[in-house]
Design a protein around this ligand. Structure first.
Ligand SMILES: NC(=O)c1ccc[n+]([C@@H]2O[C@H](COP(=O)([O-])OP(=O)(O)OC[C@H]3O[C@@H](n4cnc5c(N)ncnc54)[C@H](OP(=O)(O)O)[C@@H]3O)[C@@H](O)[C@H]2O)c1
Length: 347
């Protein structure tokens, strides 16, 4: 049987949990009866709630899954966490075959779920659409393997790579379709990060659950719209306290700027597992070396002005071979604009 299409459907089911499962992975599951008919599906809705396999199996009450197949994008768990082990439930329910997208990278699970299933006489097929499954859970994978926050940048530019004119005029470079897509991208990340300069130039609202703001000397107005919703983590050089609903966090200074390494480590310790950076070229550039992924919207416009602000502005190089290199993973179209999604190529 060809399982690619069913695995693709598991990935789509899993995506319904975007923004709600962190620090857990996104997981979707389909159950087939012994004749190969789909009889149930499910997904991990929210952190602390049932895993996808349990969500799908608990919808079945008459044993129709006995002798059937279960398809899931991540290896079933074998340990007691917030819920009992999914591998045990799969065995109990008499499933005969389990099709898995990728092995879990969580050291408590890695391989143990598969071994448990095989020991119970279940046939296990692994690595179905493994690459797509890894992209789906790229945040979880980085968190588990490196114990570090996943960092993505979103930028919106003209064809000549500009994010604003020389005097900061930037509304709007991209179309409404692109800006709607940005809201969906934001939702995948635990927090967004922006800067004093961007707040002073654009006075944005940036609706989100958690916001990290970099403002070394606290020059932004705390009454600005950006401070009016979500949990605020305001990194600065002097204050370390919680006041007026704002977490002021004192950061060390490096080269006259807030120390990004400290900030990213601190964010991870605070339970922020992924960050979407939405700032201008200075922070985009400085944070590039810590960045895992870039969403680059490009509008079909040219400012034609070298003094317009660039999306990455942080270094001077003599040799073009000293540029940062990336691999373009995906291109999409939103109205008149394109979205390039790309990943750094590690040197
Ligand atoms: N089109 C887009 O996608 C987009 C998105 C956002 C913004 N923008 C535009 O970008 C323009 C601002 O760009 P910008 O390049 O001038 O500013 P930026 O990159 O947004 O912010 C730079 C500021 O961030 C703070 N910062 C703190 N730690 C830093 C670090 N380690 N490295 C770098 N910066 C650090 C510094 O201010 P402190 O010293 O106060 O901490 C610094 O001056 C605005 O005109 C805005 O409209 C465009």
């Amino acid at each position: 049987m060809q399982y690619n299409l069913l695995m693709k459907k598991c990935i789509d089911l899993a995506k319904q949990g975007e923004g709600l499962t962190s620090p857990n992975p996104l997981v979707g599951c389909i159950v087939l009866d012994k004749d190969g008919n789909e009889i149930s599906n499910g997904y991990h809705h929210k952190y602390g709630e049932n895993h996808a396999e349990r969500d799908a199996l608990l919808k079945l009450h008459n044993g129709e899954e006995k002798g059937g197949t279960l398809i899931v994008n991540l290896e079933p768990c074998s340990h007691f966490g917030k819920t009992p082990p999914c591998a045990d439930l799969i065995i109990e329910r008499g499933i005969k075959k389990v099709v898995i997208g990728m092995q879990d990278v969580n050291p408590i699970v890695a391989g143990n779920g598969i071994r448990k299933l095989k020991k119970a006489g279940i046939e296990v097929i692994e690595n179905v659409l493994a690459d797509e499954c890894k992209i789906l859970n790229e945040i979880f994978i980085k968190n588990m393997i490196k114990q570090e926050v996943f960092v993505a940048i979103k930028t919106a530019t003209t064809l000549d790579g500009k994010i604003a004119t020389y005097n900061g005029s930037s509304k709007w470079i991209t179309s409404e379709n692109s800006r709607e897509e940005v809201k969906k991208i934001r939702n995948r990340y635990d927090a967004i990060m922006t800067t004093s300069s961007t707040i002073l130039a654009d006075n944005p609202t940036m609706q989100h659950r958690k916001k990290i703001i970099l403002d070394r000397t606290l020059k932004t107005n705390l009454e600005s719209p950006i401070y009016k919703n979500g949990e605020i983590y305001l990194f600065n050089e002097s204050l370390d306290m919680f006041e007026g609903g704002i977490n002021f966090i004192k950061s060390p200074i490096k080269n006259n700027k807030l120390d990004l390494k400290f900030i990213l480590k601190k964010a991870y310790e605070l339970g922020i597992k992924s960050i979407l950076v939405e700032s201008g070229g200075h922070l985009n550039g400085e944070i590039l070396k810590y960045t895992d992924k870039i969403y680059h919207f490009i509008a079909p416009k040219i400012t034609g002005d070298n003094n317009s602000l660039s999306c990455f502005n942080f270094q001077q190089i003599d040799n073009i071979n000293d540029s940062y290199n990336f691999k373009i993973a995906q291109t999409d179209i939103f109205g008149p604009d394109i979205l390039l999604t790309y990943y750094p190529i590690l040197k």
